[in-house]
Ligand binder design. Structure first.
Ligand SMILES: Cc1ncc(COP(=O)(O)O)c(C=O)c1O
Length: 550
């Protein structure tokens, strides 16, 4: 596509501007884009705005912010721009399933409103525009803040956010956290990709062991990093909840006994350089409020897993994106009664000190990282998160090639988030909006499941502790009912989208752990009245199917 800037060809990305020119330039550019798009005189609406967006960082959030800033009138070009911004093409099997009907799956002729229990997004009522508006005003009015926010940044990320996060995380987990243990990322997904790029080598790293059922969108990230079919293995959860550690230990021992050669035959090793190392294995899990099963690993299991990781040169990646979305299960208890969170696996690893044997470089990379994200706290469009690990690991991660070219991802959003945290607004938003909103939805979905699905023999996982959290409930269907059939019928007859268990089998090792009789329901996206209605619709589908098979 031809790129133009004020009618002149634009080729490079590396434009430099004097710092004081950045904010007025952004506003001016947006006004230009607005004028051109109104008069529809050029291709500028399509080609120019992305250049502006590149200028202030590639974060999704920046696009929305710019869109708001220019307050564009609803012209044809405006629609083109906002469509391209808000509705990027949606590949199949995503938590981000479009609300529109998919003709290939067959829509019913009824006028029922679609209810989407697949979508793992926060509902619009859990988002935080006013907080971000106030933070942007503060940020963009002060050159000492907006200049670093709009420039390339340091490799480990925007320092004030690292510091704010260290203080906040220390309070949440009641464990010591230092800013040098935190690397800012473009969110948990991008963080995982960078971790794999820097700390694994498919010619040396043997296997990714994934807790099953598994957050299915992690699998393509492993595949992109070179762990294709047969290189990701399922390790089922056990009765206690969370990955079966004894089985994992046995599988690791067996693997090492059979594959003791250091590298894959004939394959060239990547050069880890002085700041990184390659691990022999990776374990991937969501240790708290798992997606999809909702389970949380006990402290005892956490301690054991860290020991196993240390024995076998494993890097454990714990996606901790739901840790701060927990509430007491007892209806009368106030949300503030929760008490401290369980320590992260990375806290346990750090508290044990350097593992033996230490690396020849004298560095301590550790065996666990916590992969955190602001997506579920303030909005996924911010595309900002963090990795917590040893200072050496954080330093190594910050040396990932794509990070070194310009610094950690989402610099502008990171600066905005630092303002939000400085003002105490993150904690307030979680306490006043997010946790109570999710807790009400969860209570409602559980109550309706009991009323509507209990007598049909449907059971729900992981609901017996003193707390619950996250976005999902995991159902087991009765009497060998096939979840694929249930999901298809729900879509065709009831305008209801649910996630069949098969989606959460580990890609390439589907036989390792099967979930054909399970369904995941997300309660984060739909508003409360649709949650009740959705479960009723599922009840009708199940009653219809059990009638058919009788
Ligand atoms: C377990 C898990 N990890 C990662 C993500 C994505 O996080 P981010 O938006 O920070 O990339 C999700 C989102 O649904 C998730 O459930």
């Amino acid at each position: 596509m031809r790129m133009s800037i004020f009618g002149r060809p634009f080729r490079g990305r590396q434009l430099s501007f004097a710092p004081h020119l950045l904010p007025p330039l952004v506003v001016f550019c947006c006004q230009e884009a607005f004028l051109h798009s109104r008069h529809q005189t050029s291709d500028l609406a399509i080609t120019f705005l992305p250049s502006v967006i590149t200028l202030v960082g590639t974060a999704q959030f920046s696009c929305h912010w710019l869109h708001d800033l220019v307050k564009m009138a609803p012209t044809t070009s405006d629609k083109t721009i906002s469509n391209s911004i808000y509705t990027s093409p949606t590949p199949p099997l995503q938590d981000v399933t479009n609300q529109t009907l998919d003709p290939e799956r067959g829509a019913s002729s009824s006028k029922k409103e679609l209810i989407n229990f697949l979508r793992g997004w926060p509902s619009p009522s859990l988002l935080s525009s006013s907080i971000l508006q106030a933070a942007s005003t503060a940020l963009l009015s002060d050159p000492s803040l907006f200049v670093p926010a709009l420039q390339y940044g340091p490799d480990p990320g925007y320092q004030p956010l690292r510091e704010e996060l260290a203080v906040w995380l220390e309070k949440q987990y009641s464990t010591s956290t230092k800013s040098e243990e935190i690397c800012i990322t473009g969110g948990a997904s991008q963080g995982l990709a960078c971790v794999l790029a820097s700390f694994t080598d498919p010619s040396y790293t043997q296997t990714v062991w994934a807790s099953a059922p598994c957050y299915y969108l992690a699998c393509p990230i492993f595949e992109d990093a070179g762990f294709g079919p047969g290189r990701i293995k399922a390790v089922p959860e056990d009765q206690q909840g969370g990955i079966d550690i004894d089985l994992l230990d046995t599988l690791l021992q067996k693997h090492e006994a059979q594959h003791h050669q250091p590298t894959h035959k004939g394959a060239e090793r990547k050069n880890a350089g002085p700041y990184r190392k390659h691990y022999r294995h990776v374990v991937y899990l969501v240790s708290t409020c798992s997606n999809p099963s909702g389970t949380t690993m006990t402290l005892e299991k956490r301690n054991r897993l860290v020991k196993v990781a240390r024995r076998h040169d494993v890097l454990v990646v714990s996606d901790d994106v739901y840790d701060f979305l927990q509430w007491p299960i007892l209806p009368a208890s106030p949300s503030s009664d929760l008490g401290p969170l369980l320590p992260r696996l990375s806290d346990i690893d750090l508290s044990l000190g350097p593992s033996e044997p230490a690396t020849s470089s004298g560095k301590w990379f550790g065996n666990v990282i916590s992969n955190g994200s602001f997506s579920k706290l303030l909005g996924p469009g911010l595309r900002t998160g963090w990795v917590h690990g040893t200072p050496d690991f954080v330093m190594g991660l910050s040396q990932t090639g794509a990070t070194r070219s310009g610094g950690a991802g989402s610099q502008f959003a990171a600066a905005l988030l630092a303002e939000v945290m400085k003002a105490g607004e993150l904690e307030k938003h979680l306490q006043e909006t997010v946790r109570p909103g999710l807790r009400r939805r969860h209570e409602l979905i559980m109550e309706t499941i009991k009323q509507e699905l209990g007598e049909l023999g449907v059971t729900v996982a992981a609901q017996d502790g003193d707390r619950f959290g996250g976005y999902f409930v995991w159902l087991t269907l009765p009497g060998g009912l096939d979840a694929r059939v249930v999901a298809q019928k729900a879509r065709q007859e009831e305008e209801l989208i649910v996630a069949e268990g098969e989606m959460f089998e580990v890609r390439g090792d589907e036989e390792g752990a099967k979930f054909r009789g399970n369904i995941r329901l997300s309660f984060s996206w739909e508003e409360e009245h649709k949650i009740t209605e959705g479960v009723r619709r599922l009840g009708r589908v199940l009653r219809g199917l059990s009638g058919e098979t009788r």
